[in-house]
Design a protein around this ligand. Sequence first.
Ligand code: ZN
Length: 336
Amino acid sequence: MNRPRRILAVCLCALGLLACKSNSATEAKTPEKKSPHAKPIQEFQSVHQAQAKVEVSVSMHDSTAPKVDSKRAMQYVREVVNIGPRSLGSPGHKKVQDYIKSKLQGDQVEDDVFTANTPAGPFEGRNIIAKYPGKKDGIIVLASHYDTNYGFKNYVGANDGGSTTGLLLEFANHIRQQGQREGYTVWLVWFDAEEAVREWSEADSLYGSRHLSERLQKDGTLKKIKAFILLDMIGDADLSVEEDMNSTLWLRQVIYQAASRYGNQSYFFQRQGGIVDDHIPFVEKGVPAVDLIDFEYGYANVYHHTPQDTLDKLSPRSLQIVGDTVLESIRLLDEK
Ligand code: ZN
């Protein structure tokens, strides 16, 4: 495959934590290859370094700013998590698919079925895509993953997969209420099989996003994607969203500008790092993309991929902050 740009890569697996630390902001200018997944980068400019280009206007009492219903979003998260483990081939995996689709009745929904050839054998994977047509020519994608890790015991992924599966359902409510969109078409994508089945590697991870990006490249749809916004692990009550340096700079700036409309910019981009997540197959194919992820889940990320990733660590306030920011980002993107 052609790589249009070289990227700094830090995986989301347990080992990735060390790598993430090694690429913290202070060392950002000379990233070291401490992780087997780390690669050199060509460009490393944070939103703060590019500050002059970002229009920041704090207006906390702006009643016209779009807002999600975070109570309702949290209820979705609770229902998703209460299903139990959602790993490939498990009963919960099918249940969560049915649950997501039950909330999208009347919407244009596509089942994107594929085979994930994993080290534990082939599994049927299923991305779920809800499409909301707009008048402008182009697509804005909002995405997340719904699966949990294969073979993990007592693991429900409340933050990792659960929080954003619920928040995407709330986005569906918001967009549906607007009726015919004046702006771009919006796709909500619930990816399957983001997690590694054995150990995180390029081959054992991101099965759903790799599949969809390849399919859309083949049929020509990929060129229509104006912006791809990925959400992962943003339900953490102690919210601090990474600035992922593998994400497109201008889109990071849109996010920061959107957050500033609510006075919420301090929750964004205080830490810089390089993240490998479902946006990477799209970044590699030239799609403008940003990953919104808080990869500091508990002190030193101790809750990540453990049975401690439970509902009590989450807060509707975090869903509100990230949800509002994404809605405002869509509004800004529609104006472009
Ligand atoms: Zn994970």
